[in-house]
Design a binder for this molecule. Structure first.
Ligand SMILES: Nc1nc2c(ncn2[C@@H]2O[C@H](COP(=O)(O)OP(=O)(O)OP(=O)(O)O)[C@@H](O)[C@H]2O)c(=O)[nH]1
Ligand SMILES: [Mg+2]
Length: 199
């Protein structure tokens, strides 16, 4: 298939008919922030990325997607902020874009952001995301409000049960962001190690 004179491989196309962002990331690993609306994805995006942020409409839609860069342990990542989505079965255009970024823009790593106060309700999306087989770190945000309400969370037990890294944050104040970066770096190092073993 030809798109703007360029050849687009089938794996880059959404079955719903939307053409995914056509590459151009120069070998940078890609990190995508996903989660339900209003959990602090954009606050976390701002905490992770610097000043080199571009906001543009996702191709063929009126939905804005922000892309930025983060240097984590010497590696430059492309970081993408997505609109909130409730499930991987999209209803709104925003959800469709978030799903497309997730499944067709081929992120290397997903940060699933959940709100600490509503953790149990939000974990069903974590399970759906895990079913996609994409690597995931669970970010439990808004810990400050949970603590204010006396909600105590055993994040290490959650990590043990889910089998993925779990990090607590207060994105608005930057708390936990360094630990999150350390987890991303450690995931990247082990993924690279696996790649070398396979190659
Ligand atoms: N108390 C507290 N507020 C937070 C935290 N993180 C984000 N917020 C606030 O929560 C609100 C929503 O944050 P956003 O970053 O816009 O959330 P979002 O997930 O990007 O929302 P959508 O893009 O609409 O899906 C804002 O008012 C933030 O300032 C946090 O850790 N603690
Ligand atoms: Mg947002």
């Amino acid at each position: 298939m030809s798109f703007s004179g360029r050849s687009v491989s089938p794996v880059n196309r959404d079955p719903g008919g939307m053409v995914a962002h056509p590459g151009g990331r120069a070998g940078m690993p890609r990190l995508v922030l996903v989660g339900t609306p209003n959990v602090g994805k954009s606050a976390l995006f701002n905490a992770l990325t610097g000043i080199y942020v571009t906001v543009s409409n996702y191709p063929g839609t009126t939905v804005e997607v922000a892309r930025g860069r983060a240097v984590i342990d010497g590696t430059t990542w492309e970081v993408i902020d997505t609109p909130g989505l409730y499930s991987l079965l999209p209803i709104t255009e925003e959800e469709r874009v978030a799903r497309t970024v997730l499944l067709w823009d081929r992120p290397d790593l997903i940060l699933h952001v959940v709100e600490a106060r509503h953790l149990t309700r939000l974990l069903s999306l974590t399970l759906q995301l895990l079913e996609t087989g994409l690597p995931l770190i669970l970010v439990v945000n808004v810990l400050d409000e949970a603590e204010r309400l006396g909600i105590r969370l055993d994040l290490s037990l959650l990590q043990q049960r889910l089998g993925v890294p779990v990090v607590g944050t207060v994105a608005a104040g930057g708390r936990g962001v360094d630990e999150l970066k350390a987890r991303i770096a450690s995931w990247y190092r082990s993924a690279k190690g696996e790649e070398r073993k396979v190659g």
